[in-house]
Design a protein around this ligand. Structure first.
Ligand SMILES: NC(=O)c1ccc[n+]([C@@H]2O[C@H](COP(=O)([O-])OP(=O)(O)OC[C@H]3O[C@@H](n4cnc5c(N)ncnc54)[C@H](O)[C@@H]3O)[C@@H](O)[C@H]2O)c1
Ligand SMILES: O=C(O)C1=N[C@H](C(=O)O)CCC1
Length: 237
């Protein structure tokens, strides 16, 4: 598979390493820091684009890839208010694979989170809250993953209706605390607290290799498919 990397930062570089180890080729590295942009002729060779950039540039990058008829795999967070426009373009024949978190472990954790929320419907004595911890360079808060986790709770725990950033959990609100410290690659903690005990589930990224591996698998999956794709389509759980 010939891959165009859109964004050659922490994730782009890790994806390059994993893709090469799986026998793929990197034919373009589109990043202002790398001096290569969408006019690059090498983009014509690509089978797929993998996009990890910044919230404010992601949507424009997707349109550039679609203009070149490239399927896109993206994990960029913080732009999701435009997701309906992307889904509409997918209905017209484009391919877009999105995940707020490409780690296989986190996608297992998404399922555990939903099941735990379901069980808590009959246990009103527990209050739920979430904490996410990331490196100090992260531009968006809460993380895309924390939003997916909160949505998983809201869909399954009837007493909760909204999430709010940096507010305590109370009534129908799930409070999400976003912590930025050091070079933490990504930790998500969900707490259910009663007067007598506490249940905590936690997922901690210890290497970006896991995130990059999921993105490369997604590209392998996407090149032979059309439309809007997610990790649930690929992992089938
Ligand atoms: N879904 C996931 O599994 C997952 C995992 C890690 C990071 N992320 C998200 O991916 C994004 C990137 O993360 P990162 O850690 O690689 O960030 P990073 O800051 O290390 O890299 C981003 C790169 O994008 C480049 N860039 C900026 N504008 C650009 C443009 N217009 N075109 C092309 N490149 C451009 C920057 O120069 C930089 O090299 C963030 O939104 C982050 O939240 C998602
Ligand atoms: O490092 C980041 O930035 C990450 N972003 C994603 C998010 O916002 O959930 C995934 C984890 C790492």
């Amino acid at each position: 598979m010939k891959i165009a990397l859109i964004g050659y930062g922490k994730m782009g570089r890790t994806i390059e390493k994993i893709a090469l180890s799986r026998g793929h080729q990197i034919v373009a590295k589109i990043d202002p820091v790398n001096g290569e942009d969408f006019t690059s002729p090498s983009l014509k060779e690509a089978d797929v684009a993998i996009e990890f950039t910044r919230p404010e540039t992601a949507f424009i990058n997707y349109l550039e890839c679609f203009r070149l008829n490239l399927p896109v795999v993206s994990g960029t967070t913080g732009w999701l208010e435009r997701m309906d426009e992307i889904k509409a373009l997918c209905e017209k024949g484009h391919t877009f694979f999105y995940a707020s978190n490409f780690s296989i472990g986190m996608n297992l954790f998404f399922e555990i989170n939903k099941r735990l929320a379901q069980l808590m419907n009959s246990q009103p004595q527990y209050e739920v809250s979430m904490t996410e911890v990331h490196h100090i360079h992260k531009l968006d808060a809460p993380s895309g993953t924390a939003i997916t986790l909160a949505e998983g709770i809201l869909e399954n725990l009837s007493r909760k209706k909204y999430w709010e950033l940096d507010k305590p959990s109370t009534g129908d609100v799930i409070g999400i605390k976003a912590v930025r410290e050091g070079e933490v690659p990504g930790t998500h903690i969900i707490n259910y607290i009663s007067d007598v005990d506490e249940i905590t589930i936690e997922h901690k990224v210890t290497s970006r290799d896991g995130l990059a591996f999921g993105a490369v698998l997604a590209a392998e999956f996407a090149i032979s498919r059309k439309g809007f794709l997610t990790m649930s389509d690929m992992l089938k759980f």
